[in-house]
Design a protein around this ligand. Structure first.
Ligand code: SF4
Length: 327
């Protein structure tokens, strides 16, 4: 079966001001990213802040223009399409944002916010528009009584539900969810993730689920891709990633996952600062923070290769990984 989404060698750089007025520099935000998603599947995309995961999501939806690479969605090549050519496909690819409050017009009532995409895409009008709006509200766990309220009257979790209802309104095939639960309390995170799982089955949705925390994507993803400084460094089935990671960065992220035991607090985060993407380390970008690093790591970039059964790793010493795993 052909994937719904197939991304190959996607790259994007930005011109930014260098430190202390050192002139403009090139920041390679996304570096040769390749991934695919089958219909109904969820791929978790994980990495520290600034690793390029949100930029990857926006590139896939063509909200920003890639420098190079291919994006095939449902049989159509998106890169190179004009905005006019993209318009009919926009409906099928929606985004859910981290902070739904900033993406919801504060002056519109919730009923208007959810009806808006239905009207823009001429999917309903009159009595049908109202009944469809109420149906969407109920789908995300809200109700008719919420129709006339303004966004500020809702909690963060409820606002995220409204954002999801807006995305669902146009019956998309793909949803790029960019840190959809990062701003929410832990118990609310679980509720929103459960909601996303439920509607995924009901609407046959495909998700690219972006998060900075491996624990968040575990229960919703079929596969997980880990990004570091613009590159995918590991990609595998979810249980494989959690049971037997084959990249030291993934192992370090797993070591930083909170321990769900009373009295236990979150383990120390990854050692060392994330290097500046303006001057990334030579060879393997991870080498200054990597406990497995050897001389070759400073000199040669490890390619992302299949190390067995579709498990991809970009590490010269992937077979050694596991020595520093904390249980
Ligand atoms: Fe560490 Fe070397 Fe593997 Fe990079 S290639 S992750 S530095 S062992």
């Amino acid at each position: 079966m052909k994937p719904l989404l197939e991304v190959s060698s996607l790259s994007k750089s930005f011109q930014v001001k260098g430190p202390l007025g050192t002139g403009r520099k090139q920041l390679l935000a996304v570096d040769q990213v390749s991934l695919h998603l089958h219909q109904g599947e969820t791929l978790g995309l994980v990495g520290e802040s600034g690793c390029g995961k949100s930029t990857t999501g926006k590139l896939i939806l063509r909200l920003i223009e890639p420098d190079s690479g291919s994006i095939r969605f449902d049989g159509s090549e998106l890169s190179g399409m004009s905005q006019r050519q993209l318009r009919p496909l926009r409906r099928e690819m929606q985004m859910v944002f981290q902070d739904p409050f900033s993406s919801l017009n504060p002056r519109l009532k919730v009923g208007e916010l959810i009806a808006e995409p239905l009207q823009i895409h001429r999917l309903a009008k009159g009595a049908q528009l109202r009944s469809e709006t109420i149906r969407l509200l109920k789908t995300v766990g809200l109700g008719e009584e919420h129709l006339d309220r303004l966004p500020h009257e809702f909690s963060g979790g409820q606002r995220q539900r409204i954002g999801i209802a807006r995305a669902l309104a146009v019956k998309p095939k793909l949803i790029v969810a960019d840190e959809p639960v990062s701003a929410l309390d832990l118990s609310i995170q679980a509720q929103v993730i459960n909601l996303m799982r439920d509607i995924q089955q009901e609407f046959e949705l495909t998700y690219l689920f972006i998060a900075h925390d491996l624990a968040v994507v575990q229960h919703i993803s079929n596969r997980v891709a880990v990004m570091y400084l613009g590159r995918i460094v590991e990609l595998a089935a979810t249980d494989t990633i959690y049971r037997a990671p084959r990249h030291p960065y993934t192992e370090a992220l797993l070591n930083a996952v909170p321990v769900p035991k009373p009295g236990k607090t979150r383990r120390p985060p990854l050692a060392g600062e994330i290097p500046s993407p303006l001057e990334p380390p030579s060879g393997c970008h991870f080498h200054p923070r990597c406990p497995y690093a050897k001389q070759v790591c400073r000199e040669q970039r490890p390619e992302l290769v299949d190390i067995g059964s579709g498990h991809l790793s970009a590490c010269h010493f992937h077979a050694e990984v596991g020595r520093f795993r904390r249980s």
